[in-house]
Design a protein around this ligand. Sequence first.
Ligand SMILES: Cc1cc2nc3c(=O)[nH]c(=O)nc-3n(C[C@H](O)[C@H](O)[C@H](O)COP(=O)(O)OP(=O)(O)OC[C@H]3O[C@@H](n4cnc5c(N)ncnc54)[C@H](O)[C@@H]3O)c2cc1C
Length: 375
Amino acid sequence: MEYDAVVVGAGVAGSIAAYILAKEGFKVAIIEKEELPRYKLCGGAISNKTLNFLKKIGIKIDEDIVENRIKEVEVHTPNFSRYLHVDIGILTYRDKFDYFLTKHAINNNCSVIKARFIDLKQNEDVQIKTTKGTLRARYLIGCDGVNSTVLIKSRLGKIKGENLVLAIESEYRDAEFDVLKLYFGYVNFGYAWIFPKRHGTTVGIGTFSNDSKRTLKSSFSKFIKDVGLKPIKFMAHNLPYAGSVKKPSKGKVAVAGDAASCVDALLGEGTFFAALSGYLAAESVIEALEKDSNLKNYNKKFKKIIAPELNTSIKLSNLFYSNMNFSYFILEKGGFEDILKKIANSSKPFTSVYKKVILHALKRYPEFLLRKLFS
Ligand SMILES: Cc1cc2nc3c(=O)[nH]c(=O)nc-3n(C[C@H](O)[C@H](O)[C@H](O)COP(=O)(O)OP(=O)(O)OC[C@H]3O[C@@H](n4cnc5c(N)ncnc54)[C@H](O)[C@@H]3O)c2cc1C
């Protein structure tokens, strides 16, 4: 047996999974196709709940990787703007952030193999075919992102096109903005953002709507122009819509993070559930290693802890984006401030706010809400 566990992908999910296993003394390797630190298209907003979670598992964030602290958010709609005083997290660049996490695994004797995962075979153990040869491990965790090969090769599922969010981003090195800004109204079922950082500004737009995906490039161009920026090189990438993968493990193979479709459906935040699912997958592997059993426990934990949050994020997303007049009303009256704080800070980000949103809506928009709930 070469490894107790192999993890594919050195993103947030993979680095955390490998760190947890390596810290407990297991023989673990990460297979990563890119040279580290690798570029990752992302806004780099890391919420307080993620930072708290990392702290709980022994990872304290280095000031070096903090590009900005989010203390205020400016929300724009077609008719008004609102300034929110919310302490919700940090901004970073994902190459630095992810490599910082990977190093925690490496410092606990995890090896990193620069290779592409190609295929797997499950028998007593897992045979893992890569571009650098075949490895054997007792367990495999696929954290290889939205286009996960592990997900497909293990027959755990496939994330369909309609379950993907499309996002576009440009990295401005010279633009100067003083505060994080969110813009609603440029796309249906989505929003645009300006994330100011110490070494530049990340500007982007994303949508859940299939119709808006077709015109996202022109919506982005209009947005860029309206905020006074010149068009520069942009990149597009998909995010997996919350909860497309129902059972994230089969036999001795599990998936976590984007590979398990762990992005919330309201704001498109993926790093919290990537960290949490990576942790739960690793914890389940540790339990299974002791009994030489399969990873059914991970399915149970995922169903109990992650699925309710992702499912509630879908409900809130439908409520928020399907009647923007209602949402603008909540934004204008200040209801969004408390909700955003809770989503950013609570370890149960969506189930903890759902009741509050419904009560708020029931008072202000009873007809709309009843129609929505019973349609
Ligand atoms: C434009 C955009 C903006 C976003 N903004 C935010 C934000 O501000 N905040 C937030 O929380 N989330 C944001 N997200 C979502 C977030 O980026 C993802 O949810 C998160 O990166 C998921 O982490 P992960 O570890 O699962 O996967 P990834 O970060 O995608 O890591 C997967 C790793 O696997 C490697 N890999 C892939 N295939 C193979 C293979 N076959 N063999 C070996 N290695 C492989 C890749 O190189 C990569 O390093 C954004 C996403 C996009 C597209």
